[in-house]
Design a protein around this ligand. Structure first.
Ligand code: EPU
Length: 452
């Protein structure tokens, strides 16, 4: 089974390929639920207590299924609650998992690395299988392991994964991240909340999903203060209790539908989207020539007519322009009049998806070493790339293959923008992060057929 088929099968997708008849504006309404990049971490946080946690607005995506499976093999009971999208997580009987159960999850997601701290607290040891996730760069875990060692964990790398133990328990630490990594910040939070003493985390990531995770941990009994200048202080406590929480909305999914509306000359109301966590995206959307209206229950995004304008974007950590937003937006930029530049500074390989767009008629040049840019918001590492997009270029249908989650959604947008028929293969990957994307496309009037 391919990765796409595995991802698709786990959320009940019966197809791996979509054939789209493009050239029709997307029009209508879609709902977005809880953010993939919060919900999966919130599920891991339930492991820190011995009580029952209630998580609301959980989308039915394959990454959630993967984390659920991992929790279940460690003794957590995960059941649906009464309302749609509600999960009840009972961590009353946490236990070590069998090696073969853990192995079955190898390569499935990057979330298992966040089990380290909670399992060390609960069981005194942890085994983490080899990680998966999108192939958008090297994605090392050195910041995670360095932080865990600072807490007193002993890390042993094995051919099949990583074994961790804490012979002297976990104690508060000074963690200074070389870069404000989202995952390493979460790792530090999930470990520090029950470590003995105070932890000072410097150069932390401050994405809204991290703030939501901190809110959950506070509900559980943690003492965490977010200080100026990316400093987070955590006072360890002995015990945490279960939480009840409604997840923050998925701003990546919202930005994806907004980009789809713009590229296809459409008009889409995204139920559940909120302005405050999308301000940077909204500014760029407006500069490109897109229109939006902030309403009480969501945001309406549309193409107001007239030419789109080129922009210069540099992806960054929050509050900058998110890396996950660039892939869907690039399709709309192929329709702008002039030259746009997108610098990707978070991952070293996130323009693979542009090959398919070139095949469809886009004029995109990828510069693997990026361009010099003197004014940076955060210290830079040597891994940037840039894409120069010259438009407008009409897109035509093609046979294309999804390389990764966000790239996959941008392929769907391109196929819907293009004149003629496109076949998009490997669409199972998209179900890792987009709930019922085919149902939503149908509701927006897209013309397509699916097959396996
Ligand atoms: N990095 C290291 N060493 C580490 C950890 C990270 O060098 O130990 C590097 C990475 O290789 C990358 C950069 O730091 O170049 C940023 O990585 P970060 O740790 O911030 O990202 P992540 O936690 O692995 C999460 C999201 C990504 C999102 C990024 C940035 C999840 C499950 N994933 O990844 O989401 O792009 O933060 O906001 O939360 C997606 O949803 O499609 C996706 C890839």
């Amino acid at each position: 089974m391919t990765e796409a088929q595995r991802a698709g099968a786990s959320v009940g997708l019966t197809f791996d390929r979509i054939t789209i008849e493009g050239g029709k504006p997307l029009q209508g309404e879609v709902d977005v639920r809880g953010a993939k990049n919060l919900v999966t971490k919130a599920m891991v946080a339930s492991l820190l207590s011995e009580g029952v946690s209630v998580l609301r607005d959980v989308p039915d995506i394959s990454d959630v299924r993967v984390v659920r499976g991992l929790l279940e093999i460690h003794g957590v009971t995960v059941k649906p609650g009464v309302e749609s999208g509600e999960l009840l997580l009972d961590a009353g009987n946490v236990r070590s998992a069998h090696m073969r159960e853990i192995d079955a999850h190898a390569g499935s997601s990057r979330i298992p690395i966040l089990f380290c701290g909670p399992l060390l607290h609960q069981l005194g040891e942890a085994f983490i299988p080899d990680l998966g996730g999108c192939r958008i760069g090297d994605r090392p875990i050195n910041f995670h392991l360095d932080a865990l060692r600072n807490f007193g964990a002993v890390v042993e790398k094995l051919p099949t994964g990583i074994r961790l133990s804490a012979p002297n328990g976990l104690h508060g630490a000074h963690v200074h991240l070389p870069y404000p990594s989202v995952g390493a910040t979460e790792q530090t939070l999930l470990t520090a909340v029950r470590a003995k003493g105070v932890t000072e985390l410097r150069n932390a990531a401050i994405e809204p999903e991290i703030m939501d995770l901190i809110a959950i941990l506070q509900k559980m009994g943690a003492i965490i203060s977010v200080e100026p200048n990316r400093v987070i202080l955590i006072e360890g406590v002995d015990e945490l209790r279960g939480y009840t929480h409604r997840a923050i909305f998925d701003r990546n999914e919202a930005a994806s539908w907004a980009s789809a509306a713009l590229a296809t000359h459409g008009d889409v109301f995204v139920h559940g989207a909120k302005q405050e966590h999308m301000m940077t995206f909204l500014n760029i959307f407006r500069k490109v020539g897109g229109a939006f209206d902030i309403e009480e229950h969501g945001i309406r995004f549309w193409h107001p007519g007239g030419p789109l304008k080129p922009v210069v974007i540099e992806t960054d950590v929050h509050p900058g322009f998110m890396t996950d937003w660039q892939q869907p937006l690039v399709v709309a930029l192929t329709q702008a009049e002039g030259v746009s530049t997108v610098h990707e500074t978070v991952y070293e390989n996130r323009f693979g998806f542009t090959e398919a767009l070139q095949k469809m008629g886009a004029d995109i040049r990828v510069h693997p070493r990026g361009f010099a840019a003197p004014h940076r918001r955060v210290p830079r590492r040597d891994l940037e790339q840039a894409a120069v997009i010259t438009g407008p270029t009409p897109l035509h249908g093609a046979d294309i293959e999804v390389p990764d989650l966000r790239g996959g959604f941008s392929h769907l947008i391109a196929a819907m923008t293009a004149e003629g028929t496109s076949t998009v293969r490997n669409v199972g990957i998209i179900s890792r992060g987009y709930e019922n994307f085919e149902g939503k496309l149908r509701a927006l009037g897209a013309r397509f057929t699916v097959d396996g």
